[in-house]
Design a protein around this ligand. Structure first.
Ligand SMILES: [Zn+2]
Length: 129
C-alpha cells in the first residue's frame, strides 16, 4: 500500500506545490475519506498545527488540470507574442525598403537635374558659341 502510494506520488505530482492563502508552500497529502480514498490534495501547512483560518485546499488532479490549462494559455500568449514580433520585424523591413527606394529616387532626381543643366549649358554654348 505504502509503495503504491509513493509511486503514484511521483506520477501524480510532477508539479511544484501551489502556495496557500498565507503565502506558504502547501503540503501534498492523501485523503483517507470514504468518498475520496487515496486521492491526493494540497493543503495549507498550518492546517496540521490546528490553524484552520487559511483553509486552503485543492485536489492535485484539479490543480494539474488548472495548471495545464494555464500553461496552454500561456503558450498561446507566447505564440501570439512571437507573431507580433515577427510582424514588427516585417514592418521594419518594409520601412527600410521604402527608405532605400526614397534614397534612390532622390539620387536619381539629383542626377536628372545635373543632366538637365549639362544639356542646357551645351545648348547655350552651341547657340552662342
Ligand atoms: Zn495557509
Amino acid at each position: 500500500m505504502a509503495s503504491s502510494q509513493s509511486s503514484s506520488f511521483s506520477n501524480d505530482c510532477p508539479l511544484e506545490s501551489p502556495s496557500c492563502w498565507c503565502g506558504l508552500k502547501t503540503r501534498l497529502k492523501t485523503s483517507h475519506t470514504k468518498s475520496n480514498p487515496g486521492r491526493s490534495f494540497f493543503a495549507c501547512p498550518k492546517y496540521d498545527m490546528g490553524d484552520t483560518r487559511c483553509g486552503f485546499f485543492i485536489w492535485t488532479d484539479i490543480f494539474n488540470l488548472l495548471d495545464q490549462n494555464l500553461r496552454t494559455r500561456e503558450n498561446k500568449v507566447w505564440n501570439m507574442w512571437d507573431d507580433v514580433l515577427l510582424r514588427e520585424y516585417e514592418v521594419q523591413k518594409r520601412e527600410d525598403q521604402v527608405r532605400e527606394r526614397e534614397r534612390m529616387l532622390k539620387k536619381n532626381q539629383r542626377i536628372l537635374l545635373w543632366l538637365y543643366w549639362v544639356v542646357v549649358i551645351v545648348i547655350v554654348l552651341a547657340w552662342f558659341g
